[in-house]
Design a protein around this ligand. Structure first.
Ligand code: C2E
Ligand code: CA
Ligand code: CA
Ligand code: CA
Length: 278
């Protein structure tokens, strides 16, 4: 805990053993997080570019843990993946998300699609088919409203088992999205081999789309290719009107980002959505 403020002495304050301590402490705290009600789902709106309608949400997990100072998902998800806890946590997220969307539906709110991030570990170590089936059944959410976001990391260990699970998930009727597109490796071939409904263009592409011709050219190519495979395209991390205009002109289907709203707690999201639809 030396010099928390600046990065200058970070070598000393973030020594290897401090990091290992934090990691162990996090694993320990994660074990009780569900029982202690420390997890909270946040919702980020997804907007259709053609008519500016709110069409869905992406669910993003938050962890209110005071000992650890509210670690971000980029940090604690990684640790939960390594420790195997992500399977339990991921199932909890699936169930809560489906229930929340159904609760809004029953309260008369227009039906939204809900996108849930799924870790590779949930495919490999967990029974993702059973978990998804259970979450749908328990909540009553129509399968077509549930979208599973998967990163291409999972596809790197391309196995018949994984392809079979994809097939079965499609048969259940849920939608599959390829998340963080453009940040990994041999992505193009996956598009042909896996039944994705949606491709999500990573924020790193969108970031300089309004001042970089190469990014525009790439976006054009990605959208055209995705459409030719019958996929819809969502751009994430849209922060200004200029980016939105460029994406709309390039026939991108949907956007999400701070231009509309960051991910919000359930109540705040509902307020936002009511105001937005007025
Ligand atoms: P992701 O799935 O790529 O999620 C998008 C991230 O970008 C989110 O960060 C979101 O808050 C942020 N974001 C959205 N719009 C903007 C924008 O306009 N500008 C900027 N600068 N950022 C924006 P977050 O919530 O910190 O999540 C980080 C990552 O943690 C997610 O990346 C996802 O990989 C993982 N994650 C979050 N929740 C879950 C979960 O329930 N399960 C699993 N397995 N992973 C999760
Ligand atoms: Ca995502
Ligand atoms: Ca993403
Ligand atoms: Ca990501």
């Amino acid at each position: 805990a030396k010099n928390q403020g600046g990065g200058r002495f970070s070598f000393y304050s973030e020594s290897m053993s401090d990091q290992a301590d934090r990691r162990l402490e996090m694993e320990h705290q994660l074990r009780h997080a569900i029982a202690r009600n420390e997890f909270e789902l946040y919702y980020q709106p997804v907007i259709n570019l053609r008519d500016n309608q709110l069409v869905g949400v992406e669910v993003l997990l938050r962890w209110n843990n005071e000992n650890l100072g509210q670690p971000g998902p980029d940090e604690f998800i990684l640790i939960a993946e390594h420790s195997g806890q992500i399977v339990t946590i991921g199932n909890w997220v699936l169930e809560q998300a489906c229930q929340q969307i159904m609760a809004w539906s029953r309260a008369g709110f227009p039906a939204l699609s809900v996108a849930v991030n799924i870790s590779s570990k949930q495919f490999i170590d967990g029974d993702i088919l059973a978990s998804v089936g259970h979450a749908l059944k328990q909540s009553g959410l129509p399968a077509a409203q549930l979208e599973l976001e998967i990163t291409e990391g999972l596809l790197l260990n391309d196995t018949p088992t994984i392809r079979e699970i994809f097939k079965q998930l499609k048969m259940l009727g849920v939608h599959l999205s390829l998340d963080d597109f453009g940040t990994g490796y041999a992505s193009l071939s996956y598009l042909k081999r896996y039944p994705f409904d949606t491709l999500k263009i990573d924020r790193s592409f969108v970031k300089d789309i309004d001042n970089c011709q190469d990014s525009i050219t790439l976006t054009n190519a990605i959208v055209a290719m995705a459409h030719s495979f019958g996929m819809r395209v969502i751009a994430e991390g849209v922060e200004n009107l200029n980016q939105r205009r460029i994406l709309r002109d390039r026939h991108c289907d949907m956007v999400q980002g701070y231009l509309y709203s960051p991910a919000l707690p359930a109540d705040d999201f509902l307020d936002w959505a009511k105001r937005y639809s007025e």
